[in-house]
Ligand binder design. Structure first.
Ligand SMILES: Nc1ncnc2c1ncn2[C@@H]1O[C@H](COP(=O)(O)OP(=O)(O)OP(=O)(O)O)[C@@H](O)[C@H]1O
Ligand SMILES: [Mg+2]
Length: 312
């Protein structure tokens, strides 16, 4: 990772000081995080709290500001204003500490011509100052974890796209960081590889890692994320556990009832008490209920409901 920040816009110009949040139970926290590229506000006062140990998903349409936010957290971009705390450190002020504690997988992998897979990981292990005697075990372990041991002697450029992504994840882990920031890590993976990737992330979570992940594959995030944040045009639209967000929207719970004779009707029922009351009422009215089921909304519905399709 480069030592210098990639852009040199002034950080936090004069104004009221913002409070950095360095709570021990949060692995990432941002307050008022704003990034402008010229006249375009790519991030607008983003407040984000990522609980330690969580798999936290960021969802947003193209151009929402996900990669910009990740770039700031990964020390590669300076915010125009606002503060961020990553693993207890400010990425703008203490980039070395942040880079030690976090592994970043960008959405595009750099080109590393003429390097073998194992050399590529050695190169990064050296960059992170992992002692040379630890390399063989480290690289064996990482290649096994991302299921690339058969490709250890292949040239990086000869790997398939999905394999490159798995290698990029292994690279993000060479220094055993407590936080992984993964920018669309599953794009380009085939269905089996996606399922395996999800299993891998859950395994990493069990190993004690915190994971911040962006994706467009919404159903996938729903299956593994404890919390999600929905952003659009640089603004946070909703955040929390997917089920809680659905609940907040008030459209989370609908019950579908099928009556004898084939008639089907839908009723709103916010919680279990309302569902039970609905069933009691229908039965007491003499209706012949043959099926009574909760209609589950998924993240796909949630995403379409919350975002408006704004493109800047
Ligand atoms: N270096 C840059 N210079 C100018 N504008 C930029 C730059 N990087 C990003 N932007 C703009 O900032 C906005 C947010 O871009 P960003 O890449 O953060 O979105 P994203 O949510 O990651 O999108 P995607 O889902 O397509 O990856 C976009 O309007 C984009 O055009
Ligand atoms: Mg992006």
């Amino acid at each position: 990772m480069p030592e210098q920040l990639l852009d040199d816009q002034p950080q936090n110009p004069p104004g009221p000081p913002q409070q950095a949040v360095a709570a021990p139970d949060l692995v990432v926290s941002t307050r008022g995080l704003t990034k402008q590229y010229g006249g375009l506000t790519a991030l607008h006062e983003l407040d984000l709290d990522v609980p330690r140990g969580s798999i936290f998903g960021i969802i947003g349409p193209n151009g929402a500001g996900k990669s910009t936010a990740f770039g700031i957290l990964a020390t590669l971009l300076k915010p125009t204003s606002g503060v961020a705390t990553v693993c207890g450190h400010n990425p703008g002020k203490h980039p070395k500490e942040v880079r030690k504690a976090m592994g970043y997988m960008p959405d595009v992998m750099g080109v590393y011509e003429r390097l073998r897979v194992d050399e590529y990981l050695e190169f990064h292990a050296a960059a992170y100052k992992v002692p040379r005697r630890e390399w063989p075990d480290l690289i064996d372990g990482l290649l096994e974890l991302v299921d690339l041991d058969v490709k250890r002697s292949a040239m990086v450029d000869d790997l398939s796209r999905g394999m490159k992504q798995r290698l990029s994840l292994a690279r993000a882990m060479v220094h055993d960081p407590e936080l992984l920031i993964l920018d669309e890590p599953a794009s380009g993976l085939d269905p089996r590889a996606r399922i395996e990737f999800r299993e891998l992330l859950l395994q990493l979570q069990q190993m004690g890692k915190s994971i911040l992940i962006s994706s467009h594959i919404l159903a996938e995030l729903q299956q593994m994320c404890s919390d999600i944040a929905v952003i659009e045009a640089g603004r946070l639209l909703a955040s929390g556990p997917p089920a809680a967000i659905l609940e907040q929207l008030g459209t989370g719970r609908q019950v579908e009832v099928r009556f004898a004779g084939g008639q089907v009707a839908q009723y709103p029922a916010a919680d279990e008490a309302e569902q039970a009351a609905l069933l009691r009422r229908l039965v007491s009215e003499g209706r012949e209920v043959v099926e009574f089921k909760l209609i589950k909304q998924d993240l796909e519905d949630l995403f379409l409901q919350i975002t408006k399709g704004i493109v800047q």
